[in-house]
Design a protein around this ligand. Structure first.
Ligand code: SAM
Length: 263
């Protein structure tokens, strides 16, 4: 395992990353696996591939990818150096020598053109203020014929059971917060068009619903972000909703697979 800290040349970001890097947010993401959250990528993985994971966060999905491509290598990139260091620590002892961790920006990927067979990104595009710019960078570092696999939530299609007017208002507040921070809570629903406009061939698209096993856990994750932004009322409304018998939140994740044509 190797850690490099190739910090982006541009140090300011036009967007604010809404979840932040609290213990809660990092633990929430660490529970994701390749199988639970990105099974759509499994058929693309092959021994010997060079893979880039952009916005790896704590890197639990990245680790799964690395197991499938050995002796190929996975590069895990995140804009937050502490998150990169955390991901590297979590992978320690897993005997995965084919992982390297890099701090850097999706807008200025610190890699040569045509370096990767597959670029993967899960739960990043909803936080980007310039998705086209990030996609163009991903295209640059892909070899001709290389594949891209992206997944993001689409909050236009989520489902909430036993919702209350206050909880629904809190979800609207959460969406507003993410959008004020430069993100796009409908990003998942825009991935197909983004790929096509970004000169990728669309191979496949799909969606899945994540039924959060513990309504309290997803409510707390969202509530902490609302509270940190000064909206304690919305935070409390979500926690109250999550204690109702039958409360459920089904998040909608959309994914796309594209190919960089040979030109
Ligand atoms: C929601 S987390 C997803 C982490 C992981 N991919 C997962 O699904 O569990 C998004 C990650 O993208 C990173 N990120 C946000 N904006 C970025 C950017 N412009 N360049 C690189 N990473 C970025 C954040 O630091 C965060 O760790």
């Amino acid at each position: 395992m190797q850690i490099t800290e190739d910090l982006p040349r541009r140090t300011t970001f036009r967007e604010n990353y809404t979840p932040g890097y609290s213990t809660n947010a990092t633990a929430f993401m660490s529970s994701r696996t390749l199988e639970s959250h990105a099974a759509f990528v499994l058929p693309l993985l092959d021994r010997g591939q060079e893979v880039l994971d952009v916005g790896c966060g704590p890197g639990s999905i990245t680790q799964g990818i690395a197991e499938h491509v050995l002796p190929g290598r996975v590069t895990a990139l995140d804009r937050d150096p502490a998150q990169v260091a955390h991901a590297a620590r979590l992978a320690e002892g897993r005997e995965q020598i084919n992982l390297r961790y890099v701090a850097g920006s999706a807008y200025e990927l610190p890699f040569a053109a045509a370096s990767f067979d597959l670029v993967f990104s899960h739960a990043l595009f909803e936080h980007l203020s310039n998705p086209r710019g990030a996609l163009a960078e991903m295209r640059r570092v892909l070899r001709p014929g290389g594949l891209i696999a992206l997944s993001s939530p689409d909050w236009d299609s989520f489902e909430m059971r036993k919702s209350t007017p206050a909880a629904e208002a809190a979800i609207r507040d959460y969406r507003d917060l993410q959008e004020r921070n430069g993100g796009d809570t409908s990003a998942g629903g825009r991935l197909v068009r983004l790929l096509q406009e970004g000169e990728f061939g669309l191979i496949r698209q799909g969606q899945r619903f994540e039924n959060y096993e513990s309504p309290m856990r997803i409510a707390t994750y969202l509530a902490l972000q609302l509270d940190a932004a000064g909206n304690a009322g919305a935070a409390h409304a979500l926690i109250d909703w999550s204690t109702e018998p039958g409360a459920e939140l089904l998040g909608c994740w959309k994914h796309v697979i594209g190919i960089k044509w040979n030109r």
